[in-house]
Ligand binder design. Structure first.
Ligand SMILES: [Zn+2]
Length: 395
């Protein structure tokens, strides 16, 4: 593996990788508008002589980009998957200064996608992949609340699935093998009638504020119970309230109360059960207080776990060790990403691993080009270890 690391290091070109990253960052691509940057990635790959497919995957506005590099021999396929869309903030053009790349999406996650492309180039140039192949998939509709993850779901449903997948989001350590599921909760409490002065009947109307307060109390009770469902690295299950709003003036009975929060759960808890519990509380409080309550339970992604002794984690650790001289500590993924969906919908192990980058979801994204080079090397080596089965087992 050390030999492969040396050869791949020599094949990975800093300037070529950086040029690819800049070419992706310079095309604005807020979620739902990733068509132009998808065309740009398509063009870069074709110019490099890679095959490109453009499946709509349920989103013809901006067809996905799929590219493969095959060894020509039977073996496993390692998938690299990333999203080409960025959050809806003002566009920041690419800029390079002192080895750092700045600009929209450089951290999240066009830099990582450029590293995937460079890994494919290095694999092809060295000929080190002797079995199986690599498949790159890139898509739109990732960032919430503008996107809903359905483009990736469409890709998976259309069969663009390898035997394992790497996702270059901005998480360089630890090696995540577990992550909580997440739903965004939005509750709207209303009552019949119009807003009315407190002394003109307002104090006798059903109170949306009391109903809201009761809801907050019931959610806190659930959260207290959920403290028992805890994992050493992934954290605990929770029901969290982050926002409430109601009322126009101190002596008027309002007709609406809004609450927003989250529900997070661990593998082993069924998300349908979590939703049923939530809806039951809303129904109870509505009845108690004579109000109407509508609640949304918007699933971002389900909780997941992969086998930390399995061949994919072993291949990744072998690769990381060969690239950097150390294995990564095993841990949890603090956020929810598309990896969760690969585990559930596609039934394959997913590892989120990317550059140690800063500023995701801000105007100040930045990533060291050396970090992108490191990710390209780790990805190429993981392909060699996983597809060809060269893992150091039993370590
Ligand atoms: Zn991202």
């Amino acid at each position: 593996m050390q030999d492969a690391a040396t050869q791949l290091s020599q094949a990975i070109q800093y300037d070529r990788l950086l040029d690819t990253a800049i070419k992706l960052v310079e095309v604005p691509s807020p979620t739902r508008s990733a068509a132009d940057v998808s065309d740009r990635l398509d063009e870069i790959l074709r110019q490099d002589g890679f095959s490109v497919e453009r499946p709509a995957a349920g989103w013809p506005t901006s067809p996905a980009v799929v590219s493969r590099y095959e060894s020509g021999q039977a073996g496993q396929t390692l998938q690299f998957n990333g999203h080409l869309d960025t959050v809806h903030l003002s566009f920041v053009p690419p800029r390079v200064e002192n080895g750092m790349l700045y600009g929209s999406g450089c951290s999240d996650m066009k830099g990582g996608i450029a590293a995937c492309v460079e890994a494919m180039r290095a694999l092809r140039e060295t000929g080190l992949l002797t079995r199986g192949g690599v498949m790159l998939t890139a898509h739109d509709l990732h960032e919430t609340p503008w996107g809903d993850g359905t483009h990736l779901n469409g890709l998976i449903d259309a069969g663009y699935v390898g035997d394992a997948v790497l996702l270059p989001e901005y998480l360089a350590a630890p090696l995540p093998v577990i992550g909580r599921g997440l739903s965004v909760l939005t509750v709207k409490i209303t009552r019949e009638g119009v807003p009315v002065h407190e002394v003109l009947g307002g104090s006798e109307t059903p109170s949306v504020i009391r109903a809201g307060a009761e809801l907050v109390r019931r959610f806190a009770e659930v959260d207290e119970e959920l403290k028992q469902l805890s994992h050493p690295t992934a954290g605990r299950e929770s029901m969290f309230v982050g926002q409430v709003a109601s009322g126009e003036i101190y002596n008027q009975s309002p007709i609406e109360f809004i609450l927003r929060g989250t529900r997070r759960w661990l593998p082993g808890t069924k998300m349908n059960d979590a939703e049923d519990q939530y809806q039951q509380i809303l129904a109870d409080v509505a009845e108690q207080h004579g109000v109407q309550i509508e609640g949304r339970f918007q699933v971002a992604r389900d909780a997941y776990q992969i086998d930390e002794q399995g061949p994919f984690v072993t291949a990744f650790q072998t690769a990381h060790n060969a690239a950097t001289g150390k294995k990564l500590p095993i841990g949890a993924k603090p956020f929810v990403d598309d990896g969760n969906e690969f585990v559930h919908r596609a039934g394959i192990p997913a590892i989120t691993h990317g550059p140690d980058a800063k500023g995701a979801h801000t105007l100040n994204e930045e990533v060291a080009v050396d970090e992108l080079v490191r990710v390209a090397l780790v990805y190429a080596l993981t392909a060699v270890a996983f597809c060809s089965g060269q893992t150091e087992r039993g370590e």
